[in-house]
Design a binder for this molecule. Structure first.
Ligand SMILES: [Zn+2]
Length: 221
């Protein structure tokens, strides 16, 4: 039910310029008075959980050379990287998905996929063949597509790497990723594996992961 008096303002949408206070029609891309562009609507992010979710996370950095990592109940399990355009690569993709699914079966908890989306390619409708290979394997392992969480690099980096690194130069960030991931894995991680390890760490407590779980499964460790 709508609050009294909301009907009219709801029907005629408008936005108020943050610079000069001018009220503009909703379809105006810039303020009619001062030309300042319309502020973008902030997407509400569910807050992270204080404790890891009771969930198995398969984290992906899908590319021709894909990184993957499996985390369970907030703990690192395994990770690797593989070339999608090869039979061993496709086997590795399949095995990673089955590994996550079977861990979840044993722990009697759900599993989710956290996939990085970096070049505007989405896991669900991605133009990239690499995404297609992962998507196929994920579906074959029986995961509903609504359990696929897409994350932008800036989002997971801000939480896992912190320290303003998300704004640093690419190779500086890459190095920091390898150091942080190797520390978790207890061995030197590859450059494509490292982001996946860290995306997994992010996913274990991400509000976005909790949001795709059915309410009765939104439990923490
Ligand atoms: Zn204005």
């Amino acid at each position: 039910m709508r609050a009294a008096g909301f009907g009219y303002s709801g029907a005629v949408k408008s936005w108020r310029c943050l610079q000069c206070g001018w009220v503009n029609p909703d379809d105006a891309v810039a303020c009619a008075d001062c030309d300042k562009p319309k502020p973008k609507a902030k997407t509400k992010r569910p807050p992270p959980s204080f404790r890891p979710w009771r969930v198995v996370v398969l984290a992906l950095d899908p590319a021709n050379r894909s990184g993957w990592a499996v985390w369970s109940m907030g703990r690192y399990v395994e990770s690797g990287e593989c070339r999608i355009y090869s039979n061993p690569g496709l086997d590795a993709v399949k095995r990673a998905c089955e590994s996550a699914a079977s861990l979840a079966r044993m722990a009697k908890c759900p599993w989710v996929v956290c996939a990085e989306v970096s070049w505007g390619g989405r896991m669900a409708v991605g133009p990239s063949q690499a995404l297609g290979a992962w998507r196929y394997a994920v579906r074959s392992a029986g995961l509903p597509m609504r359990r696929v969480v897409e994350v932008f690099p800036s989002t997971w980096r801000a939480r896992v790497l912190g320290g303003g690194l998300h704004a640093a130069k690419r190779d500086v960030v890459r190095k920091a990723e390898v150091v942080a991931a190797s520390d978790i894995a207890g061995r030197t991680c590859g450059g494509d594996e490292a982001p996946a390890v860290l995306i997994g760490k992010w996913g274990c407590q991400a509000g976005e992961v909790g949001a795709v779980l059915p309410e009765r499964m939104q439990k923490t460790v």
